[in-house]
Design a protein around this ligand. Structure first.
Ligand code: PXP
Length: 244
């Protein structure tokens, strides 16, 4: 199973000050050197974290594969056709949401999504659709001839946070196992992600039908903490020995 690291929140920290650090381009290189087999960013309509410039530079510097999450809008399709990331993941997007809230409803929006998938595939871009572990949605992804799906693990991770002591979350794992198996049988390549962290990863890491996980928030959060010790020591050393 491969890991693709979502580096959106490196850009969130940068945008908090509207400055040039930390740079997601450097973060992508470090993640790849540490063994990540993909880099994911979400180019939002409101550009709250990742900027167009980030996507353009990452396309040239990422040596594994660049996966850009985006809404199925005309603006985003145009950007994808120009920048040509290795993969686009179609996600739903609501202006006021804190993060992606659920899978794309490919049954309800099948017309728009089919057109978008076609335009992207015709531009030579690999396409994945972020969907809930729901068999009707997965069958529709196959009908729309999307090569890949990313199963939303959000419901499982919420259940795990509530019910880790009782094991009640196992029903959510079963839904993901069943969805992944069905999708593989339909010929879809299966990826998964959302809300995964250092505590809830085990049950998902055991699902053989899933080829790749997209993980962002928990990895960037941990990086901020485990990197803090070195960052403080470096600053104290510079203050004690100023460079002339
Ligand atoms: N997959 C999709 C489609 C997402 O929108 C996100 C969040 O941007 C992720 C995976 C990663 O989720 P998290 O940041 O909770 O690991």
């Amino acid at each position: 199973m491969r890991l693709a690291v979502n580096i959106d929140h490196i850009a969130t920290i940068r945008e908090a000050r509207k400055t040039d650090e930390p740079d997601p381009i450097a973060a992508a290189a470090i993640a790849e050197l540490a063994g990540a087999q993909g880099i994911t960013v979400h180019l939002r309509g409101d550009r709250r974290h990742i900027q167009d410039r980030d996507v353009e530079i990452l396309r040239r510097t990422v040596s594994t594969h660049l996966n850009v999450e985006m809404a199925a809008t005309t603006e985003m399709v145009r950007i994808a056709q120009t920048v040509k990331p290795h993969r686009v993941t179609l996600v739903p997007e609501r202006k006021d949401e804190v993060t992606t809230e659920g899978g794309l409803d490919v049954v309800l929006h099948s017309g728009t999504i089919e057109k978008t998938v076609r335009s992207l595939v015709d531009a030579g871009i690999d396409v994945s659709i972020f969907v809930d572990p729901d068999l009707e949605q997965i069958r529709q992804c196959s009908k729309l001839r999307a090569p890949k799906i990313e199963i939303n693990t959000g419901k499982y991770t919420e259940a795990y946070a509530r019910e880790w002591a009782t094991g009640q979350w196992q029903a959510e794992v079963e839904k993901i196992v069943t969805a992944a198996r069905a999708a593989r049988k339909l010929g879809l390549v299966v990826l998964a992600g959302h809300g995964l962290n250092y505590r809830n990863i085990d049950a998902i890491a055991m699902i053989n039908d899933i080829e790749e996980l997209n993980i962002g928030h928990s990895i960037i959060s941990r990086a901020a903490l485990v990197g803090l010790d070195a960052a403080v020591r470096e600053m104290i050393a510079l203050m004690r020995n100023p460079r002339k």
